[in-house]
Design a protein around this ligand. Structure first.
Ligand code: ASP
Ligand code: MG
Length: 416
């Protein structure tokens, strides 16, 4: 990412992001303006990224589908990016009303260049020239989140929840002192508080741990925002817009010395589906033959397990999002004659529960404790997958909530 340096010493530069619920009404926007104005008056340079107001994005999607059930992706992105433009202009007006000089910028105006993959574009580069100029002029810069512009000057969006990624990428490009993500919850919890009432917000968490939590079910942060934060070493504070007394959670480089050897959080997914291809001939290239067509059909495959083969036949099992199951089965059924497997079976009603924490890797005790806890609560484990800092069990969908609660208690996460 390009970066124009300010040269000015000791100026605090802050990127803040406010989610849809934080800018849901005119009053909400005025409140956000008050908070931004306060920081600006203290002398901080402020860049503020906003999401669309409330459920605007969902409403726009619904509207598009009512017109055309398969809307053109390019037009869809142009439509959806307007939501963030509305909130950015209104916040600028609210700051103006408080006597604070501000300017709203679309993603394109802010210099956010992306590839041309509509609906889930990736940021390629940020030309911060315009933003630097506005900051140097003393203005608060308000950037419409979740959007950019392709090489061909087509508007793109970064995918649902993408304003987080805008904020962290801007913090990296502008070499901001801090990046603050304001939302309607007081931080990253040890588990989903709707499932576990004893869950509590973490004071801090490492990028890797946060990525594992985000990709296995904790939906507070856009996973790609955490990736960008990790690459550019941007500390990210996730905090509540509404509860100023809550300190929030700092996502940053891990401090293993203090937090090692601990499960940090329990993530879960309520619904996933499983596909098993039975009696697959065990020959080189067979996995590629199965998974390449799945990738081409944009089926995103999660856990994969291949059993040890018996008499040169093996079983291959993988999980997918329930919405992708019909497409996955279509692909596999079409492949059956070619790969010569015996049969395909699927199960739609599964979920996952994961324990996450650095320091688990070196210690087999965590896996044993997890499995014992699930057994004690009569939860059958369907599949197991692990990374260095995560253990995930696939279980029946109906047992996910019980499993999360049991594990939260077993690993004593209610204690600070
Ligand atoms: N407004 C978009 C969405 O609802 C992007 C965002 O909120 O970050 O997904
Ligand atoms: Mg939103």
């Amino acid at each position: 990412m390009t970066n124009a340096t300010t040269g000015a010493a000791r100026i605090i530069r802050t990127v803040q992001k406010y989610g849809g619920s934080s800018v849901a009404t005119a009053d909400h926007i005025k409140r956000v303006a008050g908070r931004v104005a306060e920081r600006r008056r203290k002398g901080e340079q402020m860049v503020v990224v906003v999401s669309a107001m409330g459920d605007t994005t969902d409403d726009l999607i619904e509207l598009a589908n009512a017109i055309n059930p398969t809307p053109n992706q390019r037009e869809m992105d142009v439509l959806l990016h307007t939501g963030e433009i509305v909130s950015s202009t209104l916040l600028s007006m609210a700051l103006d009303a408080l006597g604070v000089d501000a300017v709203s910028l679309t993603g394109a105006q802010a210099g956010i260049k992306t590839d041309a993959v509509y609906g889930r574009a990736r940021i390629a580069d940020i030309d911060a020239t315009r933003m630097e100029r506005e900051l140097a002029a003393g203005r608060v810069v308000i950037v419409a989140g979740f959007q950019g512009i392709s090489e061909d000057f087509d508007v793109t969006t970064l995918g649902r929840g993408g304003s987080d990624t805008t904020a962290v990428a801007l913090a990296a490009a502008l070499k901001a002192t801090t990046c603050e993500i304001y939302t309607d919850v007081p931080g990253i919890f040890t588990a989903d508080p709707r499932v576990v009432p004893e869950a509590r917000p973490l004071r801090d968490i490492g990028y890797e741990e946060m990525l594992e939590l985000a990709s296995t079910g904790a939906r507070v942060m856009h996973a790609r925002a955490v990736e960008v934060g990790a690459i550019y070493d941007v500390p990210i504070l996730v905090a509540s817009t509404f509860d100023a007394s809550a300190p929030g959670t700092l996502i940053h480089r891990e401090m293993t010395m203090e937090q090692g050897n601990k499960v940090r959080g329990i993530a879960h997914q309520d619904k996933i589906a499983k596909v098993t291809v039975r009696g697959v001939p065990d020959r080189p290239g067979i996995a590629a033959q199965i998974f390449e067509p799945l990738a081409e059909a944009h089926v995103s495959v999660d856990t994969i397990v291949q059993n040890a083969s018996v008499e040169r036949l093996t079983d291959l099992t993988f999980t997918v999002a329930p919405g992708d199951l019909p497409r996955a089965l279509e692909v596999i059924n079409a492949l059956m004659p070619k790969i010569g497997a015996r049969e395909v079976v699927s199960a739609p009603d599964l979920g996952t529960v994961s324990i996450v924490g650095t320091g688990m890797a070196s210690s087999p005790g965590y896996a044993a404790r997890m499995f014992r806890t699930l057994f004690d609560h009569n939860v059958n484990i369907d599949m197991i997958s692990t990374s260095d800092i995560r253990i995930t069990c696939v279980v029946g969908s109906a047992q996910v909530a019980d499993a999360v609660r049991a594990l939260h208690a077993a690993f004593e996460l209610e204690r600070g």
